[in-house]
Design a protein around this ligand. Structure first.
Ligand code: 13P
Ligand code: SF4
Length: 373
């Protein structure tokens, strides 16, 4: 398989994470070239057969290649956001899960189902938020603020999850932080500063932030967005809350990947400008055939890997690798069994909270009063 290796810069908060200083660090992503139409058809048939033979199910994130999204859905699996991927993997009876997404998604699946075999097309598909929040430094930050309830975003390593009290994804962060605030909790939040400050503005919670960011969403630009809005005066603007505050301020709807899909479906408009990874366009367009979806502007002229509105690590997932791992059992996700029970605690809390919310129950009652945790 031919590959392009992309160099990726990301922000690494310095020791005083509560300050605003970040160092620029370097990572890379190995992006496969698109196979021909005929090769793709052969690979898809092979994957369908292997999924049946191996009693496996596929779970894909909205940001991966459309082929991987369609295959997951067409074979009894799921394409969704990180919260629903975690829940689906836990509840499905298949003994093998193939997770197309980035490493934290595979690790979350393994933590929730340690008895299952969790395979990923490429184990080195990571996330700038995960990279920018090393467990040791994060743990020291938590130690320095023992009076705070630790809330971490799903886009983190198993070790960081094991240091937290609550896990959140972008689709439930607002509700969970609101409930914590209502019970008197002061929060230590990590790693995404934009999502954190959006939640702080919405809830008024006392939040101390880690200073990470997503290399994709951090690139959306408010000025350029305003000029695109002027060109399309009737357009509604949909924004993922990992984007900078000035971009969020221009939104008609702010939401997680599934929140954006819901808003696009429900809002009465023909044109939408979307500030999130452009992998989302596939679902947005197939579910809303009469509507036009435009990508929100990034600093695209400089043509770096960061400014293409597509996550280079999500792009590492390929049909060829899905077929290979199913055939050989390679790329099994491993999580240190010693940390699984502790890492599972905040994930279980999040899943119980969101299930209660979905079922119309009093989710807030699952949050202890401060001092009772
Ligand atoms: P969701 O939780 O909305 O799926 O987002 C995950 C992610 O990586 C966003 O960049
Ligand atoms: Fe991480 Fe951003 Fe990629 Fe999502 S889009 S996986 S937050 S780097």
């Amino acid at each position: 398989m031919n590959m392009t290796v992309k160099e990726v810069d990301y922000e690494q908060p310095l020791a005083d994470a509560s300050g605003s200083v970040c160092a620029t660090k370097h990572a890379w992503a190995r992006v496969p070239e698109e196979p021909s139409r005929a090769e793709r058809a052969v690979l898809k048939d092979k994957i369908r057969r292997l999924l049946r033979e191996k009693n496996a199910v596929m779970v894909s994130h909205y940001y991966v290649h459309p082929d991987l999204q369609d295959l997951a859905e067409g074979t009894g699996g799921l394409v969704s956001d990180s919260l629903e991927m975690a829940r689906f993997g836990r509840d499905h009876s298949a003994q093998t899960l193939v997770v197309s997404g980035v490493r934290f998604m595979g690790e979350t699946a393994k933590i929730l189902s340690p008895e299952k075999r969790v395979l990923m097309p490429d184990l080195e598909a990571t996330c700038s938020l995960d990279l920018g929040c090393p467990a040791d430094e994060f743990s020291a930050f938590c130690d320095a603020h023992p009076d705070r309830t630790v809330v971490v975003y799903a886009n983190t390593s198993a070790a960081v999850k094991a240091r937290s009290d609550w896990l959140v994804t972008s689709s439930c962060a607002l509700d969970i932080v609101k409930a914590l605030k209502n019970k008197g909790h002061k929060i230590l939040w990590a790693p995404d500063r934009h999502l954190g400050s959006y939640i702080q503005r919405e809830t008024g919670a006392d939040m101390l932030m880690w200073n990470g960011s997503c290399i994709v969403h951090n690139e959306f630009k408010a000025l350029e967005l305003q000029s695109l809005m002027q060109q399309h005066p009737g357009a509604k603007v949909l924004v993922h809350p990992e984007s900078p505050a000035e971009v969020v301020a221009l939104a008609d709807a702010v939401g997680s990947t599934s929140g954006i899909l819901k808003a696009a479906h429900e809002m009465d408009a023909d044109v939408f400008i979307v500030a999130t990874d452009n992998g989302m366009m596939h679902k947005l367009r197939t579910l809303n055939p009469g509507k036009l979806f435009l990508e929100a502007p990034t600093s695209g002229n400089s043509a770096t890997c960061k400014s293409c509105a597509h996550c280079p690590w999500m792009a590492m997932n390929s049909l060829a690798d899905v077929a290979r791992v199913l055939e050989t059992g390679a790329n099994e996700v491993q999580v240190d069994p010693a940390i699984i029970p502790r890492a599972r605690l905040p994930i279980d809390r999040m899943l119980a909270f969101t299930s209660a919310l979905k079922g119309g129950h009093d989710a807030g009652s699952l949050v202890p009063n401060i001092g009772a945790a």
